[in-house]
Design a protein around this ligand. Structure first.
Ligand SMILES: Cc1cc2nc3c(=O)[nH]c(=O)nc-3n(C[C@H](O)[C@H](O)[C@H](O)COP(=O)(O)OP(=O)(O)OC[C@H]3O[C@@H](n4cnc5c(N)ncnc54)[C@H](O)[C@@H]3O)c2cc1C
Length: 366
C-alpha cells in the first residue's frame, strides 16, 4: 500500500485509529489524527487539482467514507462535512473565493463546518436565521441547532434567508457576534464537537463573505440529497464490527459445548450474511450494472436507508454474540460502533424522510 491517498487513509484508519482511541479519551478533539488526515490528503479529496486537491472520483470519495466509518464515525463526519463544503466552494464560490479558500481547504489548514439545520425546519425557505444587508455591511442573526465541529472549525458556512434567496455566509467564528454553545450530550459521535451556534448581529462583507456573492441562492443545492457517504460509513462500521466479533467469538469457541458452538456458528453466519448484503447494496451504488442487466438503478437514498438501518441490527446482534465479556470488555471498539451507529439513520437526511420520497415516487408512477 502507498502511504498517501486512499491506500494511505485505509492503512491509517485500520492501524492507527484503534490504538489512538485506546490511549486517549474518546471525547477529546483528536488533533493528531486530524493533522495526520490532512497530511494524507483527506481534506483535499473533493477539491480541484489546480488548487492542490486530489479531485477524487465519487467512487473514491465513497471509499474514503467507508474507511473512516470503519475507523471512527466522528472523523468520518468531520471529513465528510468538509468535503461537501469543498465541493460547494468549487461549484458556487466566486473566482476570488475559490482562489482564497480552496488551497487552504485542500491542505486541511482551513477546516470548514456547516451550520444549516434548525430544529423543526424541513425546507430552506422556512429557515429562521436571517442575513440582512445595509450598503457595504451585512448582518447575520439566528441560531443553528447542531453543528459538527462547531468548536474547532476555522470557518463555518452558515445558511440563512436573505431577501429572496437562501445564502451561505462564510463565518469566521473568532469574530464578534458568534457564540458556540456548550457541548451537546449524546451517546456517540464523540471527540468532534457537536454544539449549537448563535449569530447575534454578526457583521460580514456581503460580497466577499457570501458563497457566490450576495444574493447567490443555494436552495436547489440544499435540496439535492446525495447520501452515498452515509451508506459508505455504515458499511465500513459493519465490516469493523463483524471483524471484531469474529475475532472475539473465535477466541472462546473451542471451550464451549458442541451445541453452543453450533448456535454461535449460526448467529455468526447470520451476521456475516447481513454485512455481505450491505456490501452488495453499496457496490450496486458504486458500480452500477449496465442497464440491460437490471431494473431500476440503486439510488443513494435506498442504499442509505438499507445500510444504516441494517447496521442497527448488526451492532445489536454482534453485542449479543460477544455476551457479558464483550459488554464489559476493556476494548471499546464494539461499544463505540454501537453508539455511533445510532446517529446514521438521522443525519444527512432522516431515513423516514428518504422513504417518504421513495414512496411518493412509487405512488406517482403510472
Ligand atoms: C450527530 C449529528 C451531527 C449533525 N451535524 C450537523 C451539521 O454539521 N450541520 C447541520 O446543519 N446539521 C447537523 N445535524 C442535524 C441533522 O442534519 C438533523 O438532525 C437531521 O437533518 C434531522 O433533522 P431533525 O433532527 O430536526 O429531525 P426531525 O425533523 O425532528 O425528524 C425526526 C423524525 O421525524 C420523522 N419525520 C420528520 N420529517 C419527516 C418527513 N418529511 N417525512 C417522514 N418522516 C418525517 C422521521 O421519523 C424523523 O427521523 C446533525 C445531527 C446529528 C444527530
Amino acid at each position: 500500500m502507498d502511504d498517501t491517498g486512499l491506500d494511505g487513509i485505509a492503512q491509517f484508519a485500520r492501524q492507527e485509529i484503534g490504538p489512538y482511541l485506546a490511549a486517549h479519551p474518546e471525547d477529546r478533539y483528536p488533533l493528531p489524527l486530524v493533522r495526520r488526515l490532512a497530511r494524507l490528503g483527506a481534506f483535499g479529496a473533493a477539491a480541484p487539482r489546480q488548487y492542490g486537491g486530489g479531485d477524487w472520483s465519487r467512487r473514491d470519495i465513497a471509499l474514503l467514507g467507508y474507511e473512516l466509518g470503519r475507523g471512527w464515525q466522528s472523523l468520518a463526519g468531520l471529513v465528510g462535512t468538509h468535503l461537501k463544503l469543498c465541493r460547494q466552494m468549487s461549484e458556487h464560490g466566486t473566482p476570488r473565493q475559490r482562489e482564497r479558500w480552496l488551497g487552504a481547504m485542500a491542505r486541511g489548514e482551513s477546516v470548514f463546518a456547516r451550520a444549516y439545520h434548525e430544529q423543526g425546519v424541513g425546507h430552506p425557505s422556512g429557515l429562521r436565521t436571517r442575513a440582512t444587508r445595509r450598503g457595504p455591511v451585512a448582518r447575520l442573526n439566528g441560531r443553528k441547532s447542531w453543528v459538527t465541529n462547531a468548536r474547532n472549525a476555522d470557518r463555518v458556512l452558515a445558511i440563512a434567508r436573505s431577501d429572496g434567496a437562501v445564502v451561505g455566509v462564510l463565518v469566521d467564528p473568532a469574530r464578534p457576534g458568534v457564540t458556540v454553545g456548550p457541548e451537546l450530550p449524546r451517546p456517540g459521535m464523540l471527540g468532534i464537537s457537536l454544539a449549537e451556534i448563535t449569530f447575534d448581529d454578526y457583521e460580514f462583507d456581503p460580497e466577499e463573505e457570501v458563497l457566490g456573492g450576495w444574493g447567490h441562492d443555494l436552495t436547489a443545492a440544499l435540496l439535492t440529497h446525495d447520501v452515498t457517504s452515509y451508506a459508505a460509513r455504515a458499511v465500513g462500521s459493519a465490516d469493523a464490527v463483524l471483524e471484531h466479533t469474529v475475532r472475539f467469538v473465535r477466541d472462546g469457541l473451542a471451550h464451549r459445548p458442541a451445541d453452543v458452538q453450533g448456535a454461535v456458528r449460526l448467529r455468526t453466519g447470520e451476521l456475516a450474511a447481513k454485512v455481505a448484503v450491505m456490501r452488495t447494496v453499496w457496490h450496486a451504488l458504486l458500480d452500477p450494472q449496465p442497464p440491460e442487466t437490471q431494473g431500476a438503478p440503486m439510488t443513494s437514498a435506498v442504499a442509505k436507508v438499507f445500510c444504516t438501518g441494517t447496521l442497527q441490527d448488526v451492532v445489536r446482534e454482534a453485542a449479543a454474540l460477544c455476551g457479558g465479556a464483550g459488554y464489559a470488555a476493556t476494548d471499546r471498539t464494539l461499544d463505540r460502533h454501537y453508539r455511533d451507529a445510532l446517529a446514521l439513520p438521522i443525519i444527512g437526511a432522516p431515513n423516514d424522510v428518504l422513504l417518504s420520497r421513495i414512496g411518493e415516487q412509487e405512488l406517482g408512477r403510472g
